[in-house]
Write a protein that binds this ligand. Sequence first.
Ligand code: C2O
Ligand code: CU
Ligand code: CU
Length: 495
Amino acid sequence: MRRKDFIKTAGLGTGAILAGSSLTAFLAGCGKSNSNMGGMGGTPVNVIDGNFSQILPIPNVVGENATLIAQTTTANVSGTGISVLGYQANGILGPTIRTNKGSNAAINLQNKLAEPTNIHWHGLKIPSNMDGYPTDVVNVNSSFSYQFLVNQRAGLYWYHPHPDGLTAKQVFQGLAGLFIVNDPEELTLNLPGGAYEIPLVIQDKRLSATGITYSPSMMDIMTGYMGDSIIVNGVHAPYTEVSTRYYRLRILNGSNARIYNLTLSNNADMIIIGNDAGLLKNPATVRSVLLAPGERLDVLVNFAGLSIGDELFLENRTFSGAGTAQGKQAFKIMKFKITQVVSDIFTVPSTLSNIISLNASGAVKTRNFNISNAGMSMGMGGGMRHRINDKVFDATRIDEIVNANTVEIWVFDNSQGDEPHPMHIHAVQFQVLQRTGGRNQVIASEAGWKDTVLVMPGEIVKVIIPFEDYPGKFVFHCHNLEHEDDGMMLQYQLS
Ligand code: C2O
Ligand code: CU
Ligand code: CU
């Protein structure tokens, strides 16, 4: 949390003048009371059960030439219209942009909000000036045309605002959308498509009678802002009708801070075929899988063998190792109702994609990032903020200089930390090399290429990154968006 906001939250107006020593004493007192409230990890926000009576909407699909109008609008999130932010009139979220590898995107953003915004294309490898750098904003009543070559493999990417200090609020109030890239390699697999390919944007919100409440307390900034209502594709506790066959679920955790341990209520197999940056080499079959904010999963589920009238849920199962604020409660996310019996000849391919594993010996440099010293630590000269290597984001300071077309290893060290941090690097795709401490292994859903990796308390995670040639400044940060807005973001210059 920023010190000035903290003082505001604590009820000390700008008129109140605190001498240095009494401020220090005041802050120290705050640290003490927090450690009495269940530790530095904070407390959970419990989810309220929904009734699963609203139909799951599917965001409309547009091509790579699109107009997005960021605006305050209304949406039926929970049965009645409430005020939300969207990229089109009458709806939360934005359209799904769907395009092919090699296409030239031209997406016009019009800002009809009351504050600056911009768009970051999460997972896309594009030039710095198109990447939604935090200070490259589009002012109120202005527009900007994002133009870039879609130069990467098929996958489920996404877009969201990234203006300095305003990202968390704008995303929480509704601004986000999917960006799907297709390519010929994926096409040859004949994966379930059309009605059998379902995008699921999972988010948690705090809903009031009139809108989405975003007013983080000190504790919320420490843990990240979590909601008590789980929405999927913009609707609270929805259901969808399915047939007795394979479906391809393309799942984004678009929450600010909440981590999910996804599972099916009948304990059926979830066949993971892809993650952040496209298809895995081989499918991985699991019964539950963790998904942190910013991460994506491409999952096949088979409803064959179920009968008309059967119902099952996509659920969150409890999990451990994520600090005191996460994983404590099991809850339902959405419902599947079997309404049709069909025959299905699809078989899961045993090989999905040609992925060459990068070897640590190919890296020219290793960089270490200490992400443990976050939270309400009372450091000298600032304290009180989530940090990386003891620094908070400063657009005027280059933190790392990376040579284009080289391979590096980056190490995210949360070994002394007590909060989970999903770490995201802009403009690259990386492979997860190693995890020590905590879960102590690279999990099945982390194979292949990724852009966000969950680093739990106690863990040290190493990723290997082939940097391409996009000269300019790019940020990397915790994708807990309260942590990010709080300053847990640095930048590298690629040159
Ligand atoms: Cu999806 Cu810099 O973030
Ligand atoms: Cu990104
Ligand atoms: Cu974090």
